[in-house]
Design a protein around this ligand. Structure first.
Ligand SMILES: O=C([O-])CC(=O)C(=O)O
Ligand SMILES: [Mg+2]
Length: 615
C-alpha cells in the first residue's frame, strides 16, 4: 500500500465515509509522503505532489514569488485552496517581517548565519524577504551582499539549500541553453546578472560557488532598484574551474572539469547571450566577476549589439568616478588637473581609469590621449608603460603610459614621482598601502583621496583605521567593502563606500524602463554625476563624498532617471519620452506588498502628446 493509499484509508475510516476521490483531496493529501517538499526546501520552485504535477500547478504557498504565507487572508485561503495549509493566525506583512528580524538578531551568531536565514526566507516567500531587506537595508546589505557574500561564495557548496537561479552547464547542456530558459517559471525577465565564477570579488576562481554573487546582486536590483522579483534572474555559467580545492571538494556543485578558455569559453557566453535575446529581447544582461581578459572581450563583443554592461568595468568605473568628482571638490582640485595612481591594472582598475579619462575629456574638452596623461597604472611589475619591455595585454595598452616616465616598481617611489591627488587600490591582493605610502601621499596633497576598493574586507588595500591614523585624520577615505566609522582624536570620521551597488540597480532600472537599445559609457558618466550630485556640498566639505546606503532606493531612482535622460539624448530609448521622467521611473519601482506595475492603470503623459498608453 502506498502512503497515499494509507492516508486515504485513515481519512475515510475516521470520517466513516467512502474513500475521498483524487480530486476532492488534492489540496490536502500528498500522493506520496516522500514527494512532499516543505516550503523553503529544495524543489519548491517545481512541483512536489504527483497530483499537482498532473494538474500543472502547485499550491501558491510553495511558489516563493507568489507566497504570502500567514498573510493570506481567510478569503484568499478559501479561494486559493489553502485552508488547512497554514496556521490559523492571519498576520500583516509587518508582523511577519518583525519575526524574521527577531530571528536575525536573536538566533544568529554570525553574519553568515544571517545570510543563510535570509536565503531560506527568500526561497519560500520573496515578498517577505524583500520587505525585511528594504526596511533594514543598512543592516542587511552587508549580509546579503559584500562582504558576507564573499564568505557565502567560498562556502556555497557547504551551505547550499536552494538553487535560487539558473545554471547553464556546458558539459551537459551546451547547445540547449535556449530550451533551458523555458524551464524558468517567469515569462518576463527584465534583468539577469550572470557570472562564470572566474574571478569572484578578490577571491579568485570559485567556479559554480560564484553563484552567490548573481543572487546577491539581484537582491539589490529588487530591493534597491525597484525591479519586481518575478522580472529578475540570477544566472551561473558553469565553464569548469581551475580551483584545485574545489575540484577535490566532495560537496562542490559544479562540473569538475578544467575551466574553458579562449574560443571555447566565448562560445558558451555567446550561446547564453543569444538564447536570452531570443527569449527576452528587452532583457538587460549584467556581466559580473569574469576574469579580466574575458570580461573585456565579452564587453567588446556585445556592448553595441545588445542591452548589457559589465559591472566590474563600468559599474565600478562609474561609482569611483562619482567619488572622484566629489573628492576633488573636497580637495579644491580642478578635475582636469588631478593626477591619479591606480594600484592594480585588472578589469575594474582599467574600467575606472577609462571612465575617469572620459570625464576629463568631457570636463576639460581634451583629447583621449591628453586625458590619460594624468593617469598612472601600477601592476605587479611597477608602472605600466609601453617602454618597459614586456608584452602588454590589450586592456593594459589603452592605459599604459607612452611618455618618458622612469621604470619604477615601488609604490612609495611612484607616489613621490607622480605626486597624485588620488590613490585607488584595485589589486584584489589585500593590505598593501602601508604607513610610508600614506605619509608620502600626505606630503603632496592636504587631503589625499585613498580608496582601497578590493573586496571583500580582507582584500582591501588598507583599513579605515590605518588610513585615518597614518594621515593624521586627513585622508578622504572610501572602500569597496563597508568599514565602521572611526574616532580619530575625538572626531568621528565616516568612511565612504565606493561600491558599484550605488550604480548598478539604478543603471539597470533606468535602461530597462526606457527600453534602451544598449548601454553606453556616457550613460554611466551620467549615473556617476547623478550619484555625485546626491551628496550635499556641506557633506562634501566634511569629506563625506558618498551618500548613505540607507538611501539606496532614492539614489537608484535618481541614477535611473539620469541614465534614462542620457539614453534619450543619445537616441537609444525605445519609448516616447515621458514629460516627467523621474515620476515615470518612480511610479514603476516595486515595493513588497504592492501589486506589479500595471501600465493600463497609469496616466503618464508623454512629450509627443500621447497619454495613458504605455507599453
Ligand atoms: O560585489 C561587489 O561588492 C563589488 C564588485 O563588483 C566586485 O568586487 O567584484
Ligand atoms: Mg563584481
Amino acid at each position: 500500500m502506498t502512503v497515499a493509499e494509507a492516508v486515504k484509508e485513515t481519512v475515510s475510516s475516521l470520517a466513516g465515509q467512502t474513500p475521498v476521490t483524487e480530486s476532492a483531496e488534492r489540496s490536502s493529501t500528498p500522493a506520496s509522503a516522500k514527494d512532499v517538499t516543505k516550503p523553503g526546501a529544495p524543489g519548491t520552485r517545481t512541483k512536489a505532489l504527483e497530483n499537482v504535477e498532473e494538474e500543472g500547478s502547485a499550491p501558491v504557498i510553495w511558489i516563493p514569488v507568489l507566497n504570502k504565507g500567514t498573510s493570506f487572508t481567510l478569503e484568499e485561503r478559501k479561494e486559493k485552496r489553502l485552508e488547512g495549509l497554514l496556521p490559523p493566525a492571519v498576520e500583516s506583512l509587518q508582523l511577519q517581517a518583525d519575526r524574521v528580524l527577531l530571528q536575525l538578531k536573536e538566533d544568529c551568531d554570525t553574519p553568515l548565519q544571517q545570510y543563510e536565514l535570509l536565503a531560506q526566507v527568500a526561497a519560500s516567500n520573496e515578498t517577505l524577504f524583500y520587505k525585511v531587506l528594504i526596511d533594514n537595508i543598512t543592516m542587511l546589505a552587508p549580509v546579503v551582499y559584500t562582504p558576507t557574500v564573499g564568505e557565502a561564495c567560498q562556502k556555497f557548496d557547504r551551505i547550499y539549500r536552494q538553487a535560487l537561479g539558473m545554471y547553464f552547464d556546458h558539459v551537459h547542456y551546451k547547445g540547449r541553453f535556449r530550451q533551458l530558459l523555458d524551464h524558468w517559471p517567469s515569462h518576463n525577465v527584465q534583468i539577469i546578472v550572470v557570472t562564470d565564477g572566474g574571478r569572484i570579488l578578490g577571491l579568485g576562481d570559485l567556479g559554480t560557488n560564484g553563484m552567490g554573487i548573481p543572487i546577491g546582486k539581484i537582491s539589490l536590483y529588487v530591493s534597491g532598484g525597484g525591479f519586481h522579483p518575478e522580472h529578475s534572474l540570477p544566472a551561473q555559467l558553469d565553464c569548469g574551474t581551475d580551483n584545485e580545492e574545489l575540484l577535490k571538494d566532495r560537496f562542490y556543485l559544479g562540473n569538475k572539469v578544467p575551466r574553458l578558455k579562449g574560443e571555447a569559453h566565448m562560445a558558451v557566453v555567446d550561446e547564453f547571450v543569444m538564447a536570452v535575446k531570443d527569449k527576452w529581447p528587452d532583457c538587460l544582461i549584467q556581466f559580473e566577476d569574469f576574469q579580466t581578459d574575458q570580461a573585456f572581450k565579452i564587453l567588446e563583443a556585445y556592448r553595441d549589439k545588445v542591452l548589457c554592461f559589465n559591472d566590474d568595468i563600468q559599474g565600478t568605473g562609474a561609482v569611483v568616478t562619482s567619488g572622484f568628482i566629489n573628492g576633488m571638490k573636497a580637495q579644491g582640485t580642478p578635475i582636469a588637473e588631478a593626477r591619479v595612481v591606480f594600484y592594480g591594472a585588472g578589469s575594474s582598475a582599467v574600467g575606472v581609469a577609462s571612465m575617469i579619462a572620459l570625464l576629463l575629456q568631457q570636463e576639460g574638452g581634451t583629447s583621449k590621449e591628453e586625458a590619460f596623461k594624468n593617469i598612472y597604472m601600477v601592476d605587479s611589475k611597477g608602472l605600466v608603460t609601453t617602454s618597459r619591455g614586456d608584452e602588454l595585454p590589450e586592456h593594459k595598452q589603452v592605459v599604459a603610459r607612452r611618455d618618458d616616465v622612469p621604470n619604477i616598481k615601488d609604490l612609495k617611489e611612484i607616489i613621490a614621482h607622480v605626486k597624485p591627488h588620488a590613490l585607488i587600490g584595485l589589486t584584489g591582493a589585500g593590505p598593501s598601502f602601508d604607513k610610508d605610502v600614506v605619509e608620502e601621499m600626505c606630503k603632496h596633497v592636504e587631503r589625499p583621496l585613498i580608496f582601497p576598493l578590493s573586496n571583500p574586507t580582507s582584500k582591501a588595500e588598507i583599513t579605515a583605521e590605518h588610513a585615518y591614523e597614518w594621515s593624521g585624520g586627513k585622508a578622504i577615505f572610501a572602500s569597496g567593502s563597508p568599514f565602521d566609522p572611526y574616532k580619530y582624536q575625538g572626531k568621528v570620521l565616516e568612511p565612504g563606500q565606493a561600491n558599484n551597488v550605488f550604480i548598478f540597480p539604478g543603471v539597470g532600472f533606468g535602461a530597462v524602463m526606457v527600453k534602451s537599445r544598449t548601454i553606453q559609457d556616457e550613460m554611466l558618466i551620467a549615473a556617476a554625476k547623478g550619484l555625485a550630485d546626491y551628496v550635499s556640498p556641506e557633506d562634501i566639505k566634511k569629506g563625506k563624498i558618498y551618500p548613505d546606503l540607507g538611501e539606496l532606493r532614492d539614489i537608484s531612482a535618481v541614477v535611473a532617471t539620469a541614465v534614462g535622460e542620457e539614453a534619450f539624448r543619445l537616441g537609444l530609448a525605445g519609448i516616447p519620452k515621458p514629460q516627467d521622467l523621474g515620476k515615470f521611473i518612480r511610479s514603476r519601482m516595486w515595493l513588497p506588498g504592492q501589486p506589479k506595475f500595471d501600465p493600463a492603470k497609469s496616466n503618464m503623459q508623454y512629450e509627443n502628446g500621447t497619454a495613458g498608453v504605455e507599453e
